[in-house]
Write a protein that binds this ligand. Structure first.
Ligand SMILES: [Zn+2]
Length: 391
């Protein structure tokens, strides 16, 4: 269980600021909050409001400019499992599964990491009848409607569960998503280009598995991103990287092995993708949040953690239960224009739920400071994200 020790006592307070009040406070106080990086404790923040990204407001010198000017907003989440058919599906057939977070997800492009196939039982489940350490997931194809109803528009399939029901299950998932007008990405050489308010956004998915672009073969991965950069204005990487578990919150240089698999070198991979033309790296896979850093003015979110674990498919114990919605505003050339993080947790049914205690945000702030003292993203108490150069 994550239990941060405050450096100095700070009275517990809950702030329920409306957006107008928040903006007013920012205008009056400037960026004062971000100057001394307060140590987090549960309940200290006012987040969990699902407030939209605010790109207006005062800026200190440095990389982040005032946004606007045709900037588009992108939102992203970590792992999404709605349930596990046939016996562990959510109540009411999954209706209302995302209700708590629908407002928080709103953006010009809403993305999620779909950590399970949406398919009938293809008869090729990956786990043996007597296996105990094997996890295979699927939800019925019509569950794509719940993703659509929540506002999702693009789902990533590049992860360790993409082939839980074999290639047929993967294709069934693509078809299920398409039936509900949802875009998908993650297959080898698949570069998904979507029009976002007139700005072309290319998204490609990477993982350790043959059914996706390789996270391990960095030169090949760079070629995919270089090609994507010729096809679109903004390039986004979805990547399933790093070992899994409650103790895997830290980002360290080097390759991470997990269950005998090469889960990539997250720092090396992410930097290389930005060198090749990526504007945003959206990481997931460890089942916990990891810190965020800026590299060449581009944001790397190393892991967005667990977002949904319907049917109790994912443990929600302690920090395994904490996730959130990342929102980023980018200019049409991919430059940073603003961002925010809204904390969520998986409730006892695995449903994504806004977290008024901002536990995810607190953990993210500490991890970003610890792992990236120089280039770590800065978070204010409402979840606003700034590059370090902005103070
Ligand atoms: Zn995974």
């Amino acid at each position: 269980m994550y239990a941060p020790e405050p450096l100095s006592p700070r009275p517990r307070r809950r702030v329920a600021l409306g957006l107008a009040a928040l903006l007013a406070a920012l205008l009056v106080a400037g960026c004062a909050d971000s100057a001394e990086a307060p140590v987090w404790q549960p309940g200290a923040g006012g987040g969990g409001t699902g407030a939209p990204v605010t790109t207006a407001g005062p800026k200190a010198s440095g990389g982040a400019s005032a946004g606007g000017g045709g900037a588009i907003s992108l939102s992203a989440t970590g792992d999404i499992i709605m349930g596990n058919a046939p016996s562990r599906l959510p109540a009411a057939g999954g209706k209302g599964f995302f209700t708590s977070v629908t407002e928080a997800l709103k953006a010009d492009l809403v993305m999620g990491n779909l950590e399970e196939p949406l398919t009938v039982d293809t008869g090729t489940g990956k786990c043996g009848a007597n296996s105990t350490r094997c996890f295979q997931f699927r939800a019925p194809p019509e569950y794509a409607a719940h993703l659509r109803d929540a506002g999702f528009e693009l789902l990533n399939q590049a992860n360790n569960h993409g082939y839980d029901y074999g290639p047929k299950g993967y294709q069934n998932t693509q078809k299920a998503l398409e039936k509900y007008d949802l875009a998908h990405t993650g297959a080898p050489n698949q570069i998904t280009v979507v029009d976002v308010k007139g700005v072309k956004v290319a998204v490609a998915g990477f993982s350790s598995y043959v059914w996706s672009n390789s996270l391990v073969d960095i030169s090949k991965a760079k070629a995919v991103i270089a090609k994507a950069a010729t096809m679109a204005d903004v390039v986004v990487v979805q990547v399933h990287m790093g070992g899994e578990g409650a103790d895997k919150t830290r980002v360290k240089p080097g390759t991470e092995m997990f269950l005998g698999e090469n889960r990539g070198d997250p720092v090396k991979f992410s930097h290389a993708m930005i060198d090749a033309g990526a504007d945003l790296i959206v990481g997931h896979g460890p089942h916990v949040l990891r810190g965020m850093e800026f590299y060449k003015g581009r944001l790397i979110a190393y892991s967005l953690g667990n977002f949904a674990g319907g049917g109790n498919s994912l443990s929600n114990t302690g920090r395994l239960g904490w996730g959130g919605v990342l929102k980023v505003s980018l200019k049409p050339d991919g430059a940073w224009a603003g961002g925010s993080f809204t904390s969520t947790y998986m409730n006892s049914a695995g449903k994504p739920t806004l977290d008024p205690d901002d536990r995810g945000l607190g953990l993210l702030g500490e991890l970003s400071r610890s792992d990236f003292p120089k280039d770590g993203a800065r978070f204010d108490k409402q979840g606003k994200i700034s590059p370090p150069s902005a103070g």
